[in-house]
Design a protein around this ligand. Sequence first.
Ligand SMILES: Nc1ncnc2c1ncn2[C@@H]1O[C@H](COP(=O)(O)OP(=O)(O)OP(=O)(O)O)[C@@H](O)[C@H]1O
Ligand SMILES: [Mg+2]
Length: 278
Amino acid sequence: MIVRPDYLEIRGLTVTFDGFVAVDHVDLTVFQQDLRFLIGPNGAGKTTIIDALTGLVPATGYARYGATDLLGRKPHQIARLGIGRTFQTASVFTELTVLQNLDIAAGAGRSPLSLLRARRGVPPQVAEALETIGLSRASGQLAGSLSHGQKQWLEIGMLLVQNAKVMLLDEPVAGMSADEREQTGALLKSIATDRTVIIVEHDMDFLRAWADSVTVLHGGKVLSEGSVADVQADPKVQEVYLGSGHTAQVPAQAAEPVAHDAGPSTGEQHVLVTEGIR
Ligand SMILES: Nc1ncnc2c1ncn2[C@@H]1O[C@H](COP(=O)(O)OP(=O)(O)OP(=O)(O)O)[C@@H](O)[C@H]1O
Ligand SMILES: [Mg+2]
């Protein structure tokens, strides 16, 4: 019997803000197990795609996971369909412990009655998530006291306990130490074995180390797609990141000035350069 892997299929996804087309007829198909990186200069529309898929902004086109179109649904309905996301700025409950954060996330799908029932010990799926994100020993610690990297892992853990099958992660390694990046890469790789994962990132070293495939976005449109080597070799990509005819490494912002304030884009603006291909 052939088992078809799960996948997210996006067709003609379009988001318009007061006449400005931020996401312009984007087609994207991402299979389970394929760690997909979504890159592009500031303002390319990366976060807006995630916002559209999670019901935070209205969009046209369609975005199917399984038999269900995600568009036109409320954020909590989409979360219940198994679509989870993180934000560019980690959004954990800083005054609660790691365990309490996970417990609340795990409770999101439970009935009010089961939430009232007395809890004995740590629920298995919470213990498993703690182990996966490497925070078992920090479970009693306040989330606010975690390092930036650990907060991102906790957010990922909160998606795990919600049984998210699709994970949309917005710049997860921005501001992380080299060690934390390495651990995050391994964590994401293992999570992607039975989930569909899209990672928005600016960090090109991280991308080269962990991406299975890459989609490059520019001006709301898909500019290029393929393996890391494919997109790095694509002249269109080189032009966007470097400007035609240049060979030197330049900041991505230089090619595309930031024209908005969509929260702190703390990602290092590494660029995709030909000499960087490994
Ligand atoms: N709520 C909004 N209202 C109006 N314009 C918006 C809104 N959200 C995003 N935009 C615009 O849509 C475009 C895409 O923004 P988006 O935040 O998706 O870019 P991004 O690729 O995530 O950039 P970054 O790398 O800086 O995070 C930008 O021009 C931005 O100004
Ligand atoms: Mg963004």
